[in-house]
Design a binder for this molecule. Structure first.
Ligand SMILES: [Mg+2]
Length: 221
């Protein structure tokens, strides 16, 4: 891919280049510490959650582990107040092979674009996290970071609009996403590109995946 000089390769971040599992686990551990004194059983239960048992939604994770409903709702609020905050972004680990792959895009003359549902308020943590894990610098020259101007814009409409504008910048030769609906959107905008679904986890919206979509588990080859 990216054999055409200047061709753009778009990478989603959460559950595509980054695994959010450790961010989830840190928030669960903090919540367990908070409820420890009044509900030791719930705290123990929260601490017992294994990373491979994490669901996309923290509510589903809580329900799967038998956390009572009232506490699960309270956990959801606690999670929401933290999951999108800069210091927590630094907890993320990478999906294997991502940094090397993004570097290779540059070596072959392509341009990586990080296009994410994270918003401008998360720029600081996002840039720090990318650099920490040795992804190409999102300085606008090596790579470009595209964030949502507003937190409350739905990811789909933000990306749909951003991809429309992308045509003026160049050709999208390929993309990587964990949301099936987003992969379909990339295929619609740039049918000649190669578009990949990361089989990590996604929001669970029932979507028929476009037959032209390619599937991978990570970026290792
Ligand atoms: Mg994602």
């Amino acid at each position: 891919m990216a054999a055409v000089p200047g061709a753009i390769v778009v990478f989603d971040l959460d559950d595509t280049l980054f695994s959010t599992a450790d961010r989830h686990l840190r928030i669960l551990a903090e919540y367990a510490a908070l409820v420890e004194s009044k509900d030791a059983r719930a705290a123990g239960l929260l601490r017992s959650i294994q990373r491979e048992k994490l669901r996309y939604s923290i509510l589903d994770t809580a329900k799967d582990h038998g956390l009572e409903e009232k506490l699960a709702k309270d956990l959801k609020d606690f999670w929401f107040a933290r999951f999108f905050k800069n210091p927590y972004l630094l907890e993320d680990s990478i999906v294997p092979g991502g940094p090397e792959y993004a570097e290779e895009v540059i070596r072959r003359g392509g341009r990586p674009f990080y296009m994410t549902g994270r918003d401008e308020g998360m720029r600081e943590g996002t840039e720090a996290s990318l650099l920490r894990h040795k992804f190409p610098d999102p300085d606008g020259k090596k790579a470009t970071l595209v964030l949502k101007p507003r937190f409350d814009t739905p990811d789909f409409s933000f990306k749909n609009e951003a991809l429309g504008k992308m045509r003026e910048i160049g050709t999208v030769a390929g993309s990587f996403e964990n949301e099936p609906a987003h992969v379909n959107m990339f295929i619609e905008h740039f049918p000649k590109g190669k578009h990949f679904l990361l089989e990590t986890k996604h929001s669970g919206r029932p979507v028929a995946l476009h037959p032209g979509c390619l599937k991978i588990k990570d970026f290792r080859r």
